[in-house]
Design a protein around this ligand. Structure first.
Ligand SMILES: [Zn+2]
Ligand SMILES: [Zn+2]
Length: 488
C-alpha cells in the first residue's frame, strides 16, 4: 500500500549526501539522464505490450505469462531506482538543478525538480505496464479503466497522497522544530521521542491521507451494510464510515485505516463488492475488524520505532567501540579507509536490512493469520460441529467468540476469490501476507479441528510478547553501552 519505491527515491535524493557541484559538461549529463528515463520507459512498454500480445494470442492469461509479467514489473521498478540513484549521485543531477539552472534556495521547486526524473520514470513505467495489467486481469473491451490517462491519474494521486505524511514529517522536523526549539536536537532521546510522536500522529491522521489518495463513497444503506454493521456491533468495533473504494474494477481489496475509533474507515473496493457473495464480503470485513480488535497497528508502530531507535543507539555504541579500538592499535595512515568504510557500511546495512526483513515479515504473516481467524469467526455460527450452519443474522448481538467449520470455509473461499480476481497465483509467495495457498491450508486444518484455535492464539501472543521483550532488552543494552561509552 505504501509507495515504497517513491520512499526509497526520496531517501536517495535527500537522505544520502549527493555531490553538490554541477557536472563539468551539463548537456552531456542531461543527455544521459534523458537516455536513462527512455530506457526504463522502453522496457516497461516492451513488457506491457508483450504480455498483452501473449494473452491475446492464447485467449487467456496463463500462469507463466502472469509470473513473467510480475517479475518483469518488479525488475523495472528496481531498475528505475538504480537509474535514479545514478542520476543523482553519478551524473550530478542536484548540481544541475541547484547551480547550473539556479534553483538553489527556492521553496519546494528545487526539491520537485530533483525528484522529477524519478516521477517521470515511474509514470512512463506505469503507462507501459498498464497494457499488460489490463490483459492479465482479463478486463472487457468496454471497461472504463481502459483509459490510460485516468489510470495514470489514479496511480499518481495514490502515490503522492500517501507520501504526504512523509513530506509533512520532513517539514515538521527540519523547519518547525528547529526554528521554535533549537536546543531540542541535542537532547539525547530527542530522536526517539520525535519518531514516536510523529509516527502516532501519522497513524491517527492516516484516514485523511487515504481519502485524499483514493476516490471513495459511503457504502449505500441496504442488506450488505446492515450485515457489516452487525459484525461491527458484535465486535465492539467503531468506525466513522464504511466506504466503497472506486478503482474502475481494477483492484479486489479491502483495508482499514486509523487508530482512533472516532476517525477510522473500512474501505472495500468496488470489484470486491461486485465479485464476492455477501457472506464472503462479511468475512473480508471481519478480517479488517480483526486487525483492529487485535491492536495490530499500534504494535507495528511500537516495533518500527523500537527498531529505528535501536539502530541509532547501536550505531552510536558501534562508533564508540570503533574509536576505542582505533586508539589501541596503530592504524596505517595510507590504508584506503574510505573504501573500507563504504564496504563496512554496506555490509552493516545489508545485515540490518535482512534482520528487519525476516522479523517484520514473520510478525506481519502471523498478524495476517490472526486477522484471517477473526474473519472466520465473524461469519461463524459458534457451533464447532456444524453443519447445520446458522446465519449470524439469526443471532444478532452475540459476541464474536469461536470458529465453526462452515465459517472457516466461507472465509477460505473469499480468500481464494480475491486472489483469483487479482490475478495472483495461489502459491505466489508474499513477504507480508504469506501465500494464499498456505493461508488456506492453515484454515483447512482449523476447519477440521476448531479446538486448535486457542493454541494458535497463544503462539501469536508469545511471539508478540517475546519480540517486545527482546526489543526492550536490546534497547537497554544499547543504552547502557552508549552510557559507558560516554563516561569512558
Ligand atoms: Zn490483513
Ligand atoms: Zn457454522
Amino acid at each position: 500500500m505504501i509507495p515504497i519505491p517513491l520512499l526509497i527515491a526520496l531517501l536517495l535524493a535527500f537522505g544520502v549526501e549527493a555531490p553538490a557541484d554541477p557536472p563539468g559538461d551539463v548537456p552531456r549529463a542531461l543527455a544521459k539522464v534523458v537516455a536513462a528515463v527512455a530506457a526504463v520507459a522502453a522496457s516497461a512498454f516492451a513488457l506491457g505490450l508483450w504480455t498483452a500480445w501473449k494473452v491475446r494470442r492464447r485467449g487467456y492469461a496463463g500462469s507463466r505469462v502472469r509470473r513473467t509479467f510480475g517479475i518483469g514489473s518488479r525488475l523495472i521498478a528496481l531498475g528505475s531506482l538504480v537509474a535514479y540513484g545514478w542520476i543523482v549521485h553519478g551524473w550530478g543531477w542536484p548540481g544541475i538543478v541547484l547551480d547550473a539552472w539556479g534553483w538553489r534556495g527556492s521553496i519546494l521547486v528545487d526539491d520537485a525538480l530533483i525528484v522529477a526524473p524519478f516521477l517521470a520514470m515511474q509514470l512512463l513505467a506505469w503507462w507501459g505496464a498498464f497494457y499488460g495489467e489490463r490483459a492479465v486481469l482479463g478486463l472487457p473491451a468496454a471497461h472504463a479503466g481502459r483509459r490510460v490517462l485516468r489510470h495514470l491519474y489514479l496511480k499518481e494521486r495514490q502515490s503522492l497522497a500517501l507520501i504526504l505524511p512523509i513530506v509533512a514529517i520532513f517539514v515538521a522536523r527540519n523547519d518547525v522544530i528547529d526554528r521554535l526549539w533549537p536546543a531540542w536536537r541535542s537532547e539525547p532521546w530527542a530522536e526517539a521521542a520525535e519518531l514516536a510522536v510523529l509516527g502516532s500522529l501519522v497513524l491517527a491522521a492516516s484516514p485523511l491521507f487515504i481519502r485524499l489518495a483514493w476516490p471513495t463513497r459511503p457504502l449505500a444503506d441496504g442488506p450488505l451494510r446492515r450485515r457489516l454493521e452487525e459484525i461491527a456491533r458484535r465486535s465492539g468495533f467503531r468506525c466513522t464510515d464504511i466506504l466503497v473504494w472506486d478503482t474502475d474494477r481494477m483492484v479486489v481489496n479491502a483495508c482499514v485505516t486509523g487508530v482512533l475509533p472516532g476517525f477510522r474507515y473500512v474501505l472495500l473496493s468496488d470489484a470486491l463488492i461486485d465479485g464476492l457473495t455477501p457472506a464472503e464480503i462479511a468475512a473480508v470485513f471481519g478480517h479488517e475488524v480483526g486487525h483492529v480488535a487485535h491492536r495490530h497497528l499500534p504494535y507495528f508502530l511500537f516495533f518500527l520505532v523500537g527498531f529505528i531507535v535501536l539502530l541509532t543507539a547501536a550505531s552510536d555504541a558501534f562508533a564508540g567501540l570503533e574509536s576505542w579500538l582505533a586508539g589501541l592499535t596503530i592504524v596505517d595512515p595510507e590504508s584506503p579507509t574510505a573504501w573500507r568504510d563504504a564496504v563496512e557500511g554496506l555490509a552493516v546495512a545489508a545485515c540490518v536490512g535482512a534482520l528487519f526483513w525476516a522479523v517484520f515479515g514473520a510478525l506481519s504473516r502471523r498478524f495476517e493469520r490472526q486477522a484471517d481467524v477473526y474473519g472466520c469467526k465473524a461469519v461463524s455460527c459458534g457451533s464447532p460441529d456444524c453443519p447445520p450452519h446458522f446465519d449470524l443474522d439469526d443471532e444478532a448481538g452475540r459476541p464474536i467468540r469461536t470458529v465453526c467449520p462452515v465459517g472457516v470455509r466461507i472465509f477460505a473461499d473469499a480468500l481464494a476469490a480475491v486472489a483469483r480476481r487479482n490475478g495472483i497465483p495461489a502459491d505466489a509467495r508474499s513477504w507480508r501476507h504469506g501465500s494464499i495457498a498456505s493461508r488456506i491450508g492453515f484454515l483447512a486444518d482449523l476447519a477440521e479441528s476448531p479446538a486448535r484455535e486457542p493454541a494458535f492464539q497463544r503462539q501469536v501472543r508469545r511471539f508478540r510478547l517475546g519480540l517486545a521483550a527482546g526489543l526492550i532488552a536490546a534497547l537497554g543494552v544499547a543504552g547502557a553501552a552508549s552510557w559507558i561509552g560516554a563516561i569512558g
